[in-house]
Design a protein around this ligand. Sequence first.
Ligand code: ZN
Length: 171
Amino acid sequence: MKASVGSNPTSSAMGSNPAPREPAELVDAMRAALEQARDALNHDDVPIGAVVLHEGKVIAARHNERENYQDPTAHAEVLALRDAAEHLGRWRLDDCTLVVTLEPCVMCAGALVNSRISHLVFGAADPKGGATGSLYNVSADPRLNHNFTVTHGVLATECAQLLTDFFAKHR
Ligand SMILES: [Zn+2]
C-alpha cells in the first residue's frame, strides 16, 4: 500500500516527530479527503479532495472547484495549500503533508514544490495526467530545488471509484 519514490523513505519509528507517518493516520486523512471529494459533486465538479496535515492535525480541507469558480487553477491541492499557508501564516509548508485522492497534475505538483511540502500522499494514480510518478515525477527530479516523499495507493480503490462513477454519469 505504500512506496516511497521521493527523497526520503518514511519510517514509523522516528521518535517524537509528530508528523503523520503511521498508515492509520494517513488512512484517516484520506477518508477526510474523500469526504471533501464527495462535496465537489454538489456543484458538478470532478470529485477530487485534498487535506493538509500539520502535527497530525488537518489544517486545511478542500475539493476541486474548477466549475464552481470557473477557475482553471482551482484544483483541490492548490486550494488546500493556500488555506494551509493562511492558517500557519507562512508560505513554507515543509512540516506539512498533503493528502489527495488523485495523483496531482503538473500544476499541482509544481505548487507542491513551491510550498516545500515534505510529504505527498495520494490515492489513485492518474496515468493520463499524473505528475508525481505517472507521466512525470516532479517529486524526485534532481534538477528542481526541492523534492518530497510520496506515498501512493492509500484507499486507491475508493478514490478511483468516485471518479469512475462521476465520469460514467457525465459522459
Ligand atoms: Zn492539479
